[in-house]
Design a binder for this molecule. Sequence first.
Ligand code: 13P
Length: 256
Amino acid sequence: MRTPFVAGNWKMFKSVAEARHLISELVPGLQAVEGVEKVLCPPFTALLAAAALLEGTDIGLGAQNLHWEISGAYTGEISPVMVAELCRYVIIGHSERRKYFGETDETVNRKVQAALTHSLIPIVCVGETLEENEAGQTAQVVSRQIRQGFAGIGGFFEASSASSVVVAYEPVWAIGTGRPSTAAGARAVVVDVIRPALAELFGAAFSQAVRVLYGGSVTGSNAAEYFAEPEIDGALVGGASLKVADFTQIVKAAAG
Ligand code: 13P
C-alpha cells in the first residue's frame, strides 16, 4: 500500500562541483530501481545544479530546511516559494536544526504548514535524545513532537493525501554514531507512538497511509533489516547517502 521512500540528507557536504559529480554517479543505479520514491537533499547552493541533472529522471529533489514566511527581511533564510521552484520535498525539524539552531515544535509546525501550503512534501523529523531515551521518555517526547509538529493542519489533508507528508523517526543517539537503533526498537516507536499520534490527529486511515522512515546510521549493510519490518517504510540516510555504492544498496533494499 505505502510506496517505499528513501531520502539522502547530504547535510552540509558537497560543493556544487562535487554535487554534480556525485549525482551523475548516483543516477544510473538509482534509476534502475523501480517501486521506490527516491529523493536527494543536497545543500541549498547545489539545488539548482541538482535540479538540472535530475530533470527527466524519477529521482526527486529536496531541501534541508525552509523559512515559513514567503518573503521578507529574513537575512540568510530561504522561503517555501523559493524551495518550491526547485524542489518537491523539504526536510523539516531535523534534530541538528533543533539542537544547533533553536528549532522548536512550534517552528516545526509553522514550517510544516508553509511546506504544505506551497505543495511541498515535508519530511518531518522526530526522535528522542540519549538522555530522554535513558530516562524512559521516548514515547512522551516523540508523541509531543508529532502532535505539536502537525497541530492545526487537518485542513490540508483529505483521506487520499497521506502521501503528501512523510515522517522520519531519527533517534538522536543513533545519528552519525554508527550505533543504530535495532529494527525492532524503531518499529516499536513507529507502531506504539507515531502512528497512534497521527491517528489521533487525522484518523486511523490517514495514519496507516503515511510513510514513516527510520534514520540513524543506516548503511548498505543494515538497511534491509529495517525494511523487513512492514511498519518501516524507508529510510532517511545521512553519511551513507554520500557514498554511491552504499546509497544504491539502500535504495535496492527498499525495493525488496
Ligand atoms: P546518519 O545516517 O549519518 O546517521 O544521519 C542520519 C540523519 O541524520 C539523516 O537525516
